[in-house]
Write a protein that binds this ligand. Structure first.
Ligand code: ADP
Ligand code: MG
Length: 232
């Protein structure tokens, strides 16, 4: 089991009012799985993703990632986990506009202390994997939206993370660019990367091997029984 969340609650404090956002969420994901989480806007998807990605801690519940207890971990341990074990892909790409594709992809390697020459070599290799070997020195404004998202995916995988987390990865893209992103996810999953993807698009979700539905901070049905057979 690579991810195991049990009885997770997340409550935000808004002034003096408590706003419960996640309510008794339990989720277990095996190594190599490809899971989609679907739900309407405001249902708590991003909040859940931030907890899975160790960007935020739950109010209650337990979480272990690759056997490591996350809840008790220090901030430096959490940032090490984010850097080495998790790749993030966001709807709006989150690329640095003044940096080239290769420099954007190399950023996690910079944080990891990899020497400059190796950083560039590994960034170029990651860009080749996403089909952008001919765009390494282009800036984001010289690339299409779909290409920008592929740069973001290259950045997410440059450290060879075990887990890829994607929050609405095709939300800003036309359907053809979205399909290319789904093909890349398929390739990475076949190579053994565990994927958890948030989407509100059922066509996009249908690429995953398991689909969970979140509504108002709860899973609609327990995931153990929610196995969805997907053809196409
Ligand atoms: P989704 O990604 O499914 O659209 P979110 O997880 O972003 O939903 O938000 C779920 C709910 O939590 C929303 O009602 C939102 O207003 C609330 N929320 C999110 N972040 C915060 C925060 N930092 N403080 C207070 N409320 C928040
Ligand atoms: Mg969201």
């Amino acid at each position: 089991m690579i991810l195991e969340l049990q009885h997770i609650d997340k409550t935000y404090l808004q002034g003096k009012m408590e706003v419960p956002v996640l309510k008794d969420i339990s989720l277990s994901v095996d190594t190599g799985e490809y899971v989609a989480i679907m739900g309407p806007s405001g249902s708590g998807k991003t909040t859940l993703m931030n907890i899975i990605g160790c960007l935020d801690l739950p109010t209650a519940g337990t979480y272990s990632l690759a056997g490591e207890n996350i809840i008790g971990s220090s901030e430096s341990k959490l940032s090490e986990i984010r850097l080495n074990s998790i790749g993030f892909v966001f709807q709006s790409f989150h690329l640095l506009p003044r940096q080239s594709a290769a420099e954007n992809v190399a950023l996690p390697l910079l944080y990891a202390g990899v020497p400059r020459k190796q950083r560039r070599e590994r960034a170029i290799r990651a860009l080749e994997r996403v089909g952008l070997g001919d765009r390494v020195d282009f800036k984001p404004n010289q690339l299409s939206g779909g290409q920008c998202q592929r740069v973001a995916i290259a950045r997410a995988i440059v450290n060879n993370p075990k887990i890829l987390l994607a929050d609405e990865p095709t939300g800003a893209l036309d359907s053809q660019s979205g399909s290319q992103i789904m093909e890349l996810f398929q390739m990475l999953n076949e190579e053994g990367v565990t994927i958890v993807m948030i989407t509100h698009d059922s066509d996009v979700a249908s690429h995953a091997k398991r689909i969970l539905h979140i509504r108002d901070g709860r899973f609609a049905e327990q995931h153990e029984t929610a196995e969805t057979e997907v053809t196409s």
